[in-house]
Design a protein around this ligand. Structure first.
Ligand code: 1HE
Length: 255
């Protein structure tokens, strides 16, 4: 499985997607974006969780700047919208995604990371939004995703100064959830992906869809959608199995 820019392997219910443009620090060109889109548009049926990582010591160095300069305004807008579509598919497509990050998590790389649900950072990680230094602006969803994690004020300062955050800062700020030692991101990602894969699929679906969407709603609307989500999950056969398994002191067996 996979393409020349994205290696795809599978270990049981876990798909491992590795970006392999290492000579370009995994910069995101249209081919790589298309390969991610193709996977998340039509994932194998037996995949429950995805681990996303980059080869060569870097997660993703952002937009491939060599391709960017060739677009006019209309083309750039459409290109930005195509990023939004892919990042939305990753965030809301239904599969939990765990990012194992090293090195550059820069620009579009941070936009990609923040569309994934669990983020693990090694000491080499560099979190940066250097668009101002390149004379451009973010276009892959950062104002919404990074802005909501950091808050607009801190994101503005991050972009204005072009500062770099490391792994520990990233955890403190919410850009990552775990800071681990060198070489430990992928093993932890696989361990967490295993745990996530053993949850009921509908529960996972609601966690990655309902919570983020409720964050965009008023309090009253959010509480209403929470009740609907509870009704949906608690009336499935998996809920019956999950509750019975707990009472019978055994591991649940979900669909
Ligand atoms: C690239 C890219 C790229 C590396 N597009 N080619 N992103 C950036 O502004 C980040 C730009 N990159 C860097 O700051 C550095 O490359 C790194 C910190 C990631 C790595 O440094 P280093 O010293 O290990 O590698 P290098 O020598 O700088 O780069 C190695 C090669 O990768 C080199 O190509 P080569 O042909 O000379 O070997 C670089 O040109 C190439 N490379 N990064 C194209 N990004 C939807 S809007 C999103 C807007 C953005 O993402 S803006 C942020 C873009």
């Amino acid at each position: 499985m996979g393409t020349e820019v994205l290696e795809i392997t599978q270990e049981g219910p876990i798909a491992i997607l590795t970006m392999i443009r290492e000579d370009k620090r995994n910069a995101m060109n249209d081919t790589l974006l298309g390969a991610l889109d193709a996977f998340f548009s039509n994932p194998p049926e037996d995949v429950r969780v995805v681990v996303l990582t980059g080869r060569g010591g870097h997660y993703c160095a952002g937009l491939d700047l060599a391709e960017h300069v060739q677009r006019d305004a209309e083309g750039t807008m459409m290109h930005s919208r195509s990023w939004h579509a892919v990042m939305d598919r990753i965030q809301y497509g239904g599969l939990p995604v765990v990012s194992a990050m090293t090195g550059a998590v820069i620009g579009g790389g941070l936009e990609l990371a923040t569309s994934t649900h669990v983020r693990i950072a090694e000491p080499s990680c560099l979190f940066q939004l250097p668009e101002g230094r390149r004379g451009i602006f973010v276009g892959g969803g950062a104002t919404v995703r990074v802005g909501r994690i950091l808050g607009p004020d801190r994101m503005t300062e991050m972009m204005l100064t072009g500062r770099t955050y490391g792994a520990e800062d990233a955890v403190r700020l919410g850009l990552a959830h775990y800071a681990v030692g060198e070489g430990e991101a992928l093993p932890l990602a696989l361990e967490l992906a295993g745990k996530i894969s053993r949850n009921a699929p509908v529960s996972n679906y609601l966690m990655i869809n309902a919570i983020a969407r409720i964050g965009d709603m008023s309090r009253a609307d959010g509480l209403f959608v929470e009740s609907l989500s509870a009704a949906l999950s608690q009336t499935t056969p998996d809920a019956e199995e999950g509750l019975r398994a707990f009472l019978e002191k055994r591991a649940p067996s979900f669909r």
